[in-house]
Design a protein. Sequence first.
Length: 476
Amino acid sequence: MCVVAFCSGISLAAQSSLPTASTADRGEARAIFKELIEINSTDTPAGSVTAAAAAMQKRFLDAGFPADEVHLLGPDPRKQNLVVRMRAAGTPTEKPVVFLCHIDVVQALRSDWHTDPFEFVEKDGYYYGRGTQDMKESDAALVATFLRLHREGYKPKRDLILALTADEEGGKFNGANWLVQQHRDLVDAAYVMNPDAGGVELDHGQPIVADVEATEKVYADYQVTALNRGGHSSLPRPDNAIYELTTALNKLAGYSFPFELNEVTRTYFDNLAKRETGQTAADMRAILATPPDLNAAARLSSEPSFNSNFRTTCVATRLSAGHANNALPQTAQANVNCRIFPGHSPEEIRRQLMALFADPKLAVKYVSDAGVVSDTAPERKAIVPPTPIKEVFDPLTRITQQIWPGVPVTPVMENGASDSIYFAQAGIPCYGYSAIALERDDDRAHGQDERLPVDSYWKSLDFFYAFTKSLGDDGQ
């Protein structure tokens, strides 16, 4: 059975080009993008999601949106979410569509960047700043789209909802989860579009494939700890907490979880093989064979994005040890971050890590999103891919083809994690597509000098305007 309506790939030639936003509309969209980038919305004392949400609230109210359709709310003063509803004309017969966008970003240090991460810089055809890829570009494009549709007097056939939320990147007050649990009435929907996933892959400027998230990995953090009685540094012993921890981490560095494919990733590589050439295309066909060619999988795994599609991945992301320069360490601790392939649970992976380390002196504990450490991990597994909805995928494919003629549209597995899981667990189908085109080797989300091609922003703006209107017209 097909997971998404693109199991054989789609490669339709575009019949017409998509109309582009006016100079004035682009000016507003750029100003919104700049404003969001320059508001520090990290989960730090210097950051405030509320500041970003309130800035967007002001734009909607100033534009004439009814106050009772613009909700600023949340469980913490610094973590307020914004929910904006564009009402249908008359009484709608269909449930609303939610556009789910987080507005928090990962911390970025000025000393690590060549520009100020919280300054919106345009240089050499790129916009630089924290959040330009993840995901203030889509936040801005959708805010601009809702404002433009309102300005034009557009009346959808069903309610359209924009949710700008907190703590997707971490923190104690995840906005998507809180809204689903505490204010379901504000975000209840037929389905959710989440631009925190999906997009167009470029290879030297050429569009290769348009990815639509159909499922995603499970995010999990583990605290790996070595404890020791310590002592004076002039009397070293073999039982050193730092050595024991780093020995375990070196085992992790040299380990690859088993190769796997599921229906989504199999479809993705089947479609991609038709666009690739040479050894890469041959290797993609080889991994789809029964049994799969593991040598081909190993060659493809040298590309990080392919490797993450093949297996669970775990990597050390933080490290701390010792208490004094002249003392043997009593504690050495690392955080290991895992992205778990669908079908496996965080507890299963925790036990696999313990078996890999094979050191009873090490403790491997689960760390929740709220930072709570526990001896065992949840047994939950990845969400089941939702059934394809024609009113979503028909316009998504058509509009994508208008912008990037001939590019195949295919389901993918999100290698990270997103807030889609909270809606999916509530029984609301979720689909991820950002309409952002990026070079495969220029993914800088969470990293140094995050940037977005200027042209990609304008194309995403055009996409979301046409796509939002289409969904508001029941997929027409």
